[in-house]
Design a binder for this molecule. Structure first.
Ligand SMILES: *[C@@H]1O[C@H](CO)[C@@H](O)[C@H](O)[C@H]1NC(C)=O
Ligand SMILES: *[C@@H]1O[C@H](CO)[C@@H](O)[C@H](O)[C@H]1NC(C)=O
Ligand SMILES: *[C@@H]1O[C@H](CO)[C@@H](O)[C@H](O)[C@H]1NC(C)=O
Ligand SMILES: *[C@@H]1O[C@H](CO)[C@@H](O)[C@H](O)[C@H]1NC(C)=O
Ligand SMILES: *[C@@H]1O[C@H](CO)[C@@H](O)[C@H](O)[C@H]1NC(C)=O
Ligand SMILES: *[C@@H]1O[C@H](CO)[C@@H](O)[C@H](O)[C@H]1NC(C)=O
Ligand SMILES: *[C@@H]1O[C@H](CO)[C@@H](O)[C@H](O)[C@H]1NC(C)=O
Length: 813
């Protein structure tokens, strides 16, 4: 069988090689995409549920390009555009297209939905229109004797004339990225997207002007945060190894440069892992981590890479509050907005240990004394702040610069800058003037946060005093903050730890109830007594993570040697009870199983990709998946494994997780979030097959679920594995088998071939189709057979790694 698989791959490879040489008729399995089209031509975005509908393609050994309709995550709901994507090597499979990156687009401010058309019209115009005929974008080349459209070797989309001359090219209309060989000429700019998910043009731009390269945020007037100092060039060109004065690591693989939504200018390069990785952050050396306009949002204070708000010293009420509590990087807002009708109540806060990013030197500063600078800002309502750059020897004299919109503020002693005073305008609600102001120190801030919670509680207590006298009860009315409990308190709530719910990886879990009757789960951590600051820091992080598919941490206890965590109570307990535990006879219906699988995937995708700090769970198994009263699944125990790393007294390299769910790369050194994807694959199989991955009650050859999976896949009888305990499953065998393919994808021995969790979510929604030909059912082998074309001879090199037997990975603990 293995031999047959290999020969299959060999055949596929021959097909690829034939494609390259394009001298023979292609294998019927593959659609051949052209790299050139002649007018008239028209393409419709029919397949609007997929991420990409290719139109032209330029496949190469090195950088490859494709242009077509490309959709924001979530299919056409998120909108689609017409654009050019970069990748490396042959673009043949869907999986490969997944890791392609958008480098140019026609209409990012105006996305289209399904059935949109791209037309290369007889009159020479390239037109993108919605189904109702509304014009979305046009190349404006009408009447310019265009012969066709060419996607070149460099990724340039060119409308060419009768002599192959370029009439219009995408390289002249850059969006937020540059390709090798592409120039950014004087007067041109890259404009960043609003965010990774909102592709519209944002406020940050990188432009080449007569005075060189500069990066700025759109405002009135624009505020620069980077300006090239010495040299001035007519254009900046992205070459192999340089971007004018910037040095870039040269590479023989695909590279592109992108001006990101965060204002960083980064070069990405195709890596062994099969996706683009960042290789250099060009402006950062000059700008510094805190020097980007929106690094901490408006009025946010950036201190050593952490964000906070401007705080007053002596505990008086503050002028600023976080826009989103627990999400400091979204910035701060004025509690009393500045009103031009009450300019007599305007005050300037003097921040002495702060700097402001805007780096314009001469033009809009005036030499004056500090008092003048203040009155200049106070007398103009549009002024929101002023920066005063003190002279070295005459403190009161210096340069004054007025700012009409306040972005992030820098509070970092390492920041290169003169002695500056930042004057920030605020509106006094009452007339009392405040003089002493400091910046909130945001580093190592848990203590500060506790204080903040404290003051918040005092404040709320005032409000709720009459309404509710019971202390513990009103504590629960502060949403989103883990509450600190005393040990005594938790002892009472759990009736001295009477009812044990289970035994987790880090200690036992007990049922308890708050004073108002709400049930809670209290986890007593074993062996973390010596953890102090790191425990609090971790609790802070875990407590700040909110997602419907993650079990919420609502409180904690940190007292002497006691370390306890309080979680929301999940009525239906853990998943293992329902698939192979005491509740298995209630056999979950298909819909519930499918929902549970997709819930877990969403929870993990959030941990891996959407948290401010990527969190790897390390111990995904049914015992750690909890079900609420409606069988919504939530992932439990995330974030805790980090505590082990921080616990210096233990052997850090100890394997974490549970045998049977461990990915094969645990035996090597590289451990990424893909270990969770592997464990998720196992859990998925267990749910679909209704059995444990290792079952010693079965005969030898049926003990390991993965061995059966491999065997059945080879026999093409995966349907035999579907759990048929509930009749409802019988109707859905086909869907269950489809899902098994996704599981197989997650279980790829080589972790590079496993999808990210967000891709899994898409696959489960049917937005992405698993390319069956790429699946390897030899799941425990981390360096599985790989084929690669070598040179032009069409040789096929086969790498075979040493296999790890399943028995070394599975079995009871
Ligand atoms: C490639 O071009 C040929 C000739 O113009 C056309 O018949 C064919 O449909 C094109 N292929 C695709 C995939 O568009
Ligand atoms: C696209 O066209 C197909 C077939 O004509 C139609 O069924 C579908 O509803 C259309 N979709 C949209 C979004 O207009
Ligand atoms: C398309 O671009 C390639 C270079 O990438 C070039 O060799 C080819 O001649 C171009 N075709 C036309 C018709 O201009
Ligand atoms: C244009 O490019 C195509 C493809 O490279 C080539 O076959 C053709 O001869 C070129 N035409 C002219 C006029 O150069
Ligand atoms: C994307 O950002 C633009 C500009 O801020 C905004 O107008 C638009 O509503 C956003 N789109 C979505 C889908 O959030
Ligand atoms: C870039 O330069 C390096 C070394 O200077 C070379 O090995 C590589 O092939 C070049 N890449 C391209 C795409 O020309
Ligand atoms: C600038 O700040 C440094 C460090 O705070 C201080 O030593 C120096 O005296 C200041 N310069 C002036 C001109 O006040």
């Amino acid at each position: 069988m293995v031999v047959e698989q290999r020969s299959l791959r060999y055949t596929i490879f021959l097909a690829i090689l034939l494609l390259f040489s394009s001298s023979l008729s292609p294998s019927a399995q593959y659609v051949i995409y052209n790299s050139t089209a002649y007018l008239p031509a028209s393409w419709t975005h029919l397949d609007y549920d997929s991420m990409m509908t290719p139109i032209l393609r330029r496949d190469n050994d090195g950088p490859s390009y494709v242009c077509g309709f490309y959709c924001n995550s979530g299919g056409s709901d998120g909108g689609c555009l017409f654009g050019v994507l970069i990748s490396q090597g042959w673009l043949g499979t869907g999986a490969h297209l997944q890791s392609s990156k958008l480098v140019w687009s026609a209409n990012r401010n105006n996305l289209v939905q399904g059935n949109a058309t791209l037309q290369l019209k007889e009159d020479g115009d390239l037109v993108l229109a919605n189904i109702d005929g509304t014009l979305i974008w046009s190349s404006n080349t009408r009447g310019k004797s265009v012969s066709g459209l060419n996607l070149t070797e460099m990724g340039n989309l060119v409308l060419f004339g009768p002599n192959n001359e370029s009439i219009w090219q995408s390289f002249d209309h850059p969006t937020d990225s540059l390709l090798l060989g592409q120039k950014l000429a004087t007067g041109q700019k890259l404009t960043a997207s609003v965010s990774e998910s909102n592709w519209s043009e944002g406020r940050l731009s990188l432009a080449v002007g007569s005075d060189g390269l500069s990066a700025y945020i759109e405002s009135d007037p624009p505020q620069r945060y980077y300006a090239s100092s010495i040299n001035s060039y007519p254009y900046y060109e992205f070459r192999n190894g340089s971007f004018n004065d910037f040095k870039i690591p040269p590479a023989s693989v695909a590279q592109f440069m992108k001006f990101g939504p965060d204002g960083h200018l980064k070069v990405y390069q195709w890596a062994e892992v099969g996706e683009f990785v960042e290789v250099i952050d060009l402006l950062n050396l000059y700008v510094g981590n805190c020097g980007y306009p929106m690094v901490c949002g408006k009025y946010g204070v950036c201190s050593k890479g952490q964000c906070g708000c401007i705080e007053t010293t002596n505990g008086q009420e503050s002028y600023f509050s976080q826009i989103m509590f627990r999400q400091p990087d979204l910035g701060c807002s004025l509690i009393t907005p500045i009103s031009c009708d009450h300019s007599q109540d305007h005050t300037l806060l003097e921040l002495n240990n702060a700097a402001y990013f805007a780096s314009d030197s001469g033009s809009d500063t005036i030499r004056t004394v500090m008092e003048d600078c203040k009155s200049k800002c106070l007398s103009s309502c549009s002024c929101k702040a002023a920066v005063f750059y003190h002279d070295r020897n005459l403190w009161d004299t210096g340069d004054c610069r007025v700012i009409n919109e306040v972005f992030s503020i820098i509070n970092d002693e390492n920041y290169i800058g003169d002695n500056t005073t930042l004057l920030v305008k605020v509106q006094n609600a009452n007339k009392s003037r405040r003089k002493t102001i400091i910046l909130a120190s945001t580093s190592g801030a848990f203590f500060g946060v506790v204080c903040l919670i404290g003051s918040c509680l005092v404040f709320l207590r005032r409000i709720f005093k009459e309404a509710d006298e019971i202390e513990g009860d009103f504590l629960n009315q502060v949403p989103g903050i883990p509450i600190r409990y005393s040990y005594e308190n938790l002892q009472a709530m759990t009736e001295d730890f009477k009812k044990r719910l289970g035994e987790g990886g880090f200690g036992s879990v007990y049922e308890g109830a708050l004073y108002n009757g709400t049930k809670i789960a209290v986890k007593c951590l074993d062996g973390f007594a010596q953890l102090k600051d790191s425990f609090l820091a971790e609790v802070q992080i875990i407590g700040s993570i909110h997602h419907v598919n993650l079990v919420k941490l609502t409180g904690f206890c940190f007292e002497n040697s006691h370390r306890l965590l309080v979680y929301e109570h999940m009525a239906n307990g853990s998943l293992d009870r329902w698939i192979f535990g005491e509740m298995r006879s209630y056999s979950l219906p298909w819909r519930t199983r499918r929902k549970i699988i997709s819930d877990i995937a969403k929870g993990l995708a959030y941990l891996h990709e959407d948290c401010s700090q990527r969190i790897i769970h390390f111990d995904i198994k049914p015992q750690n998946i909890l079900l609420d009263e409606n069988f919504n699944a939530k992932v439990a125990d995330f974030g805790l494994s980090k505590l082990i790393d921080k616990d210096q007294s233990r052997v850090v390299t100890r394997m974490r997780g549970t045998p049977g769910y461990l990915a094969p790369e645990w035996l090597s050194s590289t451990v990424t979030e893909k270990v969770d994807v592997y464990s998720f694959g196992i859990v998925m199989l267990e749910i679909l097959c209704g059995r444990k991955n290792f079952d010693s009650s079965k005969i030898e050859e049926d003990r390991h679920l993965l061995s059966i999976f491999k065997r059945k896949a080879e026999e093409e009888r995966l349907e035999d594995m579907v759990d048929r305990k509930s009749g409802d499953m019988l109707i859905h065998v086909g869907e269950a088998v489809e899902m098994m393919r996704i599981a197989a994808w997650c279980l790829q021995g080589n972790f590079n071939n496993r999808p990210s969790m967000s891709l899994v979510v898409k696959a489960l929604e049917g937005l992405v189709v698993v390319a069956e030909t790429n699946l390897d059912y030899d799941f425990t082998n981390s360096s599985t057979v790989r084929t690669e074309a070598a040179g032009d001879q069409g040789q096929v090199v086969v790498y075979v790694g040493s296999p790890i037997l399943p028995s070394t990975l599975s079995g009871p603990r």
